[in-house]
Design a protein around this ligand. Structure first.
Ligand code: DGL
Length: 268
């Protein structure tokens, strides 16, 4: 039986989910969490559904067996490929994906033409386009796979001439002209948010999932009576399947201290 004092499990292929974890930590500082970055298998975005599903199942098992009261799939590729299956596998655990909160937000924004930049897996799944257009059929949605961006961020290249050059290459596409909104459909991309905004200018609103997911998590925990006491002292644990210097640096950037990083192989 889950207890409100138990941690939240958060996972991604690597550093990207830290954008979500840090938004959760800002909104719900009393909540403990266990973060798992599957650095050994990143990037997920170019892998098949079966592979992403397999990794996601094994990570979620690790998180559930570590006593997590809820799981946040802080990865769009895994949300697109594994959310339904994970819900079936763990019917007793509240599970949140990073796609639905963004779709709900876009529907409130009176959007005209929405762009999506994401990994190949997310683009191939058409998860955003299908959900948005099923709820608002006249909405124009254009998708663009930007497979080099997550590995660049994972390697610590955000904010450099290299990331700027790659981003310019991707955004310089006629299909992406005249957008009203651009969804950053990969949790690694908020680390490039300034570069996106600089390139697109003020007429395009750039949306990322981090704060929206934190708000959705708060609601989900409330619905299940699983919010921790506001006076609780939270504990954060970080696991990766393979230690990388960039992971530690990015985690430090978000959590402002020398975090302890533990290596753990995915369960079989
Ligand atoms: N951050 C993940 C996503 O949101 C995965 C990126 C990758 O590993 O390719 O899709």
């Amino acid at each position: 039986m889950a207890n409100s004092k138990d941690p939240i499990g958060i996972f991604d292929s690597g550093v990207g989910g830290l954008t979500v974890a840090s938004a959760i930590n800002r909104l719900l500082p009393e909540e403990s969490f266990i973060y798992f970055g599957d650095t050994r298998h990143a990037p997920y975005g170019d892998k098949s559904k079966g592979t992403i599903l397999d990794y996601s199942r094994r990570i979620s098992r690790f998180l559930v067996e570590s006593g997590c009261k809820a799981i946040v799939i802080a990865c769009n590729s895994a949300s697109a490929m594994a959310y339904r299956e994970l819900r079936k596998e763990w019917p007793q655990v509240p599970i949140l994906n990073v796609v639905d909160p963004v779709v709900e937000e876009v529907l409130k924004l009176n959007a005209r033409k929405v762009g999506l930049v994401a990994t190949r897996a997310t683009v191939r799944s058409k998860v955003y386009a299908n959900r948005l257009q099923s709820l608002e059929p006249q909405l124009k949605v254009v998708q663009k796979a930007t497979p080099l961006l997550a590995p660049l961020v994972e390697e610590g290249f955000a904010g450099t001439e290299v990331s700027k050059g790659v981003l310019t290459h991707y955004l310089n596409d006629v299909a992406l002209k005249d957008l009203s909104h651009l969804i950053l459909g990969c949790t690694h991309y908020p680390l490039l948010q300034n570069e996106f905004e600089e390139y697109l200018g003020s007429q395009v609103q750039v949306l990322n999932s981090a704060n929206l997911v934190a708000e959705a998590l708060k609601k989900l925990l409330d619905e299940h009576a699983l919010r921790n006491s506001p006076s609780a002292i939270a504990k954060q644990q970080f696991f990766v399947s393979e230690k990388t210097p960039a992971f530690k640096a990015t985690a430090r950037l978000f959590f402002g201290k020398d975090i302890k990083l533990e290596e753990r192989l995915l369960p079989a």
